[in-house]
Write a protein that binds this ligand. Structure first.
Ligand SMILES: [Zn+2]
Length: 384
């Protein structure tokens, strides 16, 4: 094995763009890539060029009618009423030129990551443009057209006969992936997210446990709004270790949305960069213990593309690759982007203390999250 970790990247992945003003902005992938290059943490021989997914691969999960609709929409040839039935042309998921191609590249990038790991050419692989976890079989939703993670999981099942653990730490529930494998005992999903009481997509309660043969293979830990690092990490670490011990996966795929950060404009959680160094550290340990190291990570949500995403996703790569950047952010990166950002860019890898005001409900939130965690793991503990 030449490199223990590979980074899947090319300019083709940046074409997934709804509009100039849409919050989902893949410039963040380029920002992370450049920050890594400027920090000296990413070598050229660690970068793998993605391929584009074929229609057959996309149809491992998605309905043919939906794929045809996405193609037509991207050519400006889908009537509005039909488009809306497929979730296309909404405020969240507008139609843009060549949307099928742009989305196929992202799916292909995650499949490229999968092949590197499952063929034993690398232990870990990162596909930052992926993690589009809200995409459904026949419908676009929440900025997501094709669900690269679901496709990757079905692909790993069919091509490599693998039992797959999917772990989602995006602030939003990983609904698309959960529902795609809800009745499947060979795929286990674990999602830690802000409660759906006030946040899209509204699902992800502890009672969503799977169906039929898949009952007991779907886990959700919905945490309260304003949850901070310690409590979020406690929920993540305990649930991941226990679920992995219960399921004993062949491979782990993580969705590393970073929209639980305090600065994120779309959600109400209060985690900091500390959480984004710990999440990959623990995922890597769990993969090492149960899966011979096999770990594929994707990106996901993240809407403060200046102050949060570049550092958080760079950390993800660095931890995967056995590095730990700290202290000052590379000066040339700051100089290049300072005028583009509407907020002052952070000058250090760590968040300064006091980026938000302490709230009096912290202890209450921590106890409530602990109770939620206990309930969501109850079925495993009862049987062991
Ligand atoms: Zn999200």
């Amino acid at each position: 094995m030449k490199n223990e970790s590979v980074f899947v990247y090319s300019q083709d992945l940046l074409g997934y763009k709804f509009s100039e003003t849409h919050p989902f902005n893949q410039l963040r992938v380029q920002l992370a890539y450049e920050l890594l290059k400027d920090t000296g943490c990413l070598d050229d021989d660690q970068i793998v060029t993605p391929r584009k997914a074929t229609d057959e691969e996309i149809m491992l999960i998605h309905d043919k009618g939906y794929v045809e609709a996405v193609k037509k929409a991207g050519e400006g040839q889908l009537n509005q009423e039909i488009a809306l039935n497929y979730g296309l042309g909404t405020e969240d998921t507008p139609i843009f030129p060549n949307m099928h191609d742009a989305s196929s590249w992202i799916v292909g990038a995650t499949l490229t990551a999968v092949d590197w790991v499952m063929e034993g050419k690398a232990k870990h692989a990162l596909s930052l443009s992926g993690g589009l976890h809200h995409g459904f079989r026949g419908k676009a939703s929440g900025f997501c057209i094709y669900n690269d993670s679901s496709i990757a999981i079905e692909y790993m099942k069919q091509k490599y006969n693998a039992r797959v653990l999917y772990v989602d730490t995006d602030a939003h529930h990983g609904d698309g992936v959960q529902w795609a494998f809800y009745d499947d005992p060979d795929v286990c999903t674990l999602s830690i997210h802000e409660t759906g009481r006030y946040l899209f997509p509204g699902t992800g309660s502890i009672h969503e446990k799977g169906a039929g043969k898949g009952y007991g293979f779907s886990f959700n830990v919905p945490v309260d709004a304003f949850t901070e690092d310690e409590s979020f990490l406690e929920c993540y670490e305990k649930s991941l270790w226990e679920v992995a011990e219960f399921f004993k996966p062949d491979v782990i795929i993580t969705q590393n949305g970073v929209d639980a950060h305090y600065y994120d404009p779309l959600t109400h959680l209060s985690v900091t960069m500390k959480t984004y160094t710990e999440i990959p550290r623990i995922a890597k340990e769990v993969a090492e213990k149960y899966c011979g190291g096999r770990w594929i990570a994707t990106g996901g949500g993240g809407y403060d593309i200046w102050r949060v995403v570049p550092r958080a996703w760079s950390y993800l790569w660095c931890v995967m690759n056995g590095q730990a950047p700290s202290g000052q952010i590379a000066e040339n990166w700051l100089e290049r982007w300072t005028n583009e950002s509407k907020h002052p860019l952070p000058r250090t890898w760590e968040d300064e203390s006091g980026i938000y005001k302490p709230i009096p409900r912290k202890d209450e939130i921590t106890s409530k999250n602990r109770a939620t965690l206990e309930k969501s793991l109850y079925s495993i503990r009862k049987s062991s």
